[in-house]
Unconditional design. Structure first.
Length: 158
């Protein structure tokens, strides 16, 4: 059975507040046609008719629609701008944290090297002290006198 076309008339009122103050509200009569062979065909046909009606209205009020489009795009631009600024702010904070972390790592390296130098210096000081102590032990005044007296005795025996 071929598509039977039923006409179902519905009045839909579209109010255009964007018209000038002197104009009254604009009313559109839109015929909604129900097709028996498919819901999709019905939706497509009715959408095309509604689109053509709205397109004619858009052309009639081109100035207001242009202003409306500019406002919508400006809001979109502001949103994108804020998003970019927030992204840049987050990126700067991340880079700042990364730099601080690198500085902390560098400070830790310097402190580690300083501790190594101090440890090496302490080892050298300890070795020097040990050498001094060994020299003091060998430098006993009584022992020196004994060595000197022993040296003098053999020379006198000659």
């Amino acid at each position: 059975m071929r598509s039977l076309l039923f006409l179902y008339k519905q009045k839909s009122t579209l109010i255009s507040d964007h018209a000038s103050a002197t104009q009254d509200r604009t009313k559109y009569d839109h015929d909604i046609k129900l097709h028996t062979d498919g819901l999709i065909k019905t939706i497509i046909k009715n959408s095309l008719e509604l689109y053509s009606d709205l397109r004619d209205d858009f052309r009639a009020n081109c100035g207001f629609n242009t202003v409306l489009i500019i406002i919508v795009f400006s809001y979109i631009g502001v949103f994108i701008g804020r998003f970019k600024l927030e992204y840049d702010k987050t990126k700067l904070e991340y880079e700042k944290g990364k730099r601080e972390e690198e500085q902390m790592n560098e400070k830790a390296k310097l402190e580690h090297e300083k501790a190594k130098r101090e440890e090496k210096q302490m080892e050298l000081d300890h070795a020097y002290k040990m050498m001094e102590l060994s020299l003091r032990e060998n430098f006993d005044p009584q022992r020196i006198k004994q060595i000197l007296s022993n040296e003098q005795t053999p020379s006198s025996s000659k």
